[in-house]
Design a protein around this ligand. Structure first.
Ligand SMILES: [Zn+2]
Length: 252
């Protein structure tokens, strides 16, 4: 009978890409920095639209060119690492009709944020939603990644603030401890796209050798042209920084 067993346990740690080393708590400080807030459209897969027949029906009736979940982020550079999108398990969601250049789009947002989002895109008054529902109806269905050939699972989580947003949050298990636990819970396969210096490997060929923060410009310019990203204003936010080199750190 075997008495000793080895098991490999992964951990998310604070990591400085500039020093190519982990940081302990006393080596970390907060800094304030301006960041560009963006909305990103994540299209539901066709199967996921029709897994919720009422949504499938309105999509067909409206001749929608896109049925998407809208997500807000201050860090478009995290998109390559995103493996899921979480919706709040107790919030109400709405499907709203949005005119676009190539036809009608249907956006899914939390009802509490509908007015702010419609104001941002220039609606004079808020619209009558096409559909009301709870996030649970989309649980474990999928949206398409905006530039990788992979799908992201829609999961449920209660860890979401009321302050701003869309009611949908990116899940990046390789960059965040809570997301890592959610990733384990939902069996999401965690990719490591960067090396110790925080530079992309061949797994992201368009950005190979570039720093992960440089992906922001690539992502914004590529997705803005196709209408997948909508730019908002710069906002001030707090970042973790390495005390040794004064450069931003990540969790990995
Ligand atoms: Zn450093």
């Amino acid at each position: 009978m075997k008495s000793n067993r080895l098991s490999q346990v992964h951990q998310v740690v604070e990591w400085c890409p500039t020093c190519a080393a982990p940081c302990i708590l006393s080596e970390i400080k907060f800094v304030e920095k301006k960041s560009r807030s963006v909305y990103v459209k994540f299209d539901l897969t066709n199967e996921s639209v029709w897994a919720f027949p009422e949504l499938g029906e309105i999509s067909r009736n409206e001749g929608a060119v896109r049925v998407c979940i809208l997500v807000e982020t201050l860090n478009p550079w995290v998109l390559p690492f995103s493996l899921g999108i979480s919706l709040h398990s107790k919030w109400d969601y709405v499907a709203i009709k949005v005119p676009a250049l190539d036809g009608t789009e249907i956006w899914i947002v939390a009802q509490i944020f509908q007015e702010a989002i419609e104001k941002f895109i220039g609606f004079e008054k808020h619209s009558l939603p096409l559909l009301h529902f709870q996030g649970g109806v989309l649980h474990r269905h999928y949206v398409k990644h905006p530039f990788f050939l992979k799908n992201l699972m829609i999961i449920l989580s209660d860890q979401m603030g009321y302050a701003s947003g869309t009611g949908a949050v990116l899940i990046n298990p390789g960059l965040n401890r809570d997301d890592y636990q959610l990733g384990l819970l939902y069996g999401l396969r965690i990719d490591s796209l960067i090396n110790d210096q925080g530079r992309y490997t061949v797994d992201f060929p368009e950005m190979e050798g570039q720093s992960l923060f440089q992906a922001n410009d690539w992502i914004i310019s590529n997705l803005q042209d196709s209408g997948i990203i909508l730019l908002q204003e710069d906002v001030l936010s707090r970042y973790l920084c390495c005390c040794r080199c004064d450069q931003p750190i990540i969790l990995r």
